[in-house]
Design a protein around this ligand. Sequence first.
Ligand code: GTP
Ligand code: MG
Length: 197
Amino acid sequence: MNSNIFQNSEIISLKCVIIGDANSGKTSLINRYINSYFNQFDIAPTIGSSFSHKTIHRNNKTYRIDIWDTAGQERYRSLMPMYYRKADIIFICFDLSSTNCSRQIEYWLSEVNKFLTTKIILVGTKSDMKIEQKIDTKNLDYFETSAKLAQNVTEMFDRCLNETCDTKVQYKTSMEIVLQEPQETQETKNCGICTIQ
Ligand SMILES: Nc1nc2c(ncn2[C@@H]2O[C@H](COP(=O)(O)OP(=O)(O)OP(=O)(O)O)[C@@H](O)[C@H]2O)c(=O)[nH]1
Ligand SMILES: [Mg+2]
């Protein structure tokens, strides 16, 4: 089979999960990215979770990006691990217009700490209403965004997704190499009992 045809038709899926306090702007961020939409009066809290997806093409490959928007309300907290299990990226949102950004970061980082292999991105939201305060980003990738003004939202998602797509392809390729049958060379042939050189 022509390997190029195989690679072109292959769809690689990526799972992203957005978490953070209630009202921190998670749904607005996704709406801005997927639908280029923002409505200040659209204030219905997310119930449980909601799901959207986007297809992107990069380096001759197609990626299906599954984006899980979660509910920030406390009554849904016990369900959260179900969503971030097996995620490729977890976006932790916190509200830059509130005075307790550090508390929000500490809480959500401790929640996802068990999933150490997942890429974690910190997202400050509502930068148009930012209150100046010291924010410890714990050396994680950090973006300040405003869904309202469409600032840094597309840039943030595109950059993170592109990087993760590349990492996923590298990982996949290296797994394929490891799983390949060892090739017999001219110098080394195995007769079943001994190695003939
Ligand atoms: N000024 C401003 N307001 C925003 C921004 N993003 C979201 N908001 C407002 O913040 C409120 C909460 O936004 P949501 O996106 O619903 O928050 P959420 O994190 O999804 O909330 P839950 O679903 O309850 O967890 C809404 O009134 C939004 O209009 C922003 O960038 N700037
Ligand atoms: Mg929501």
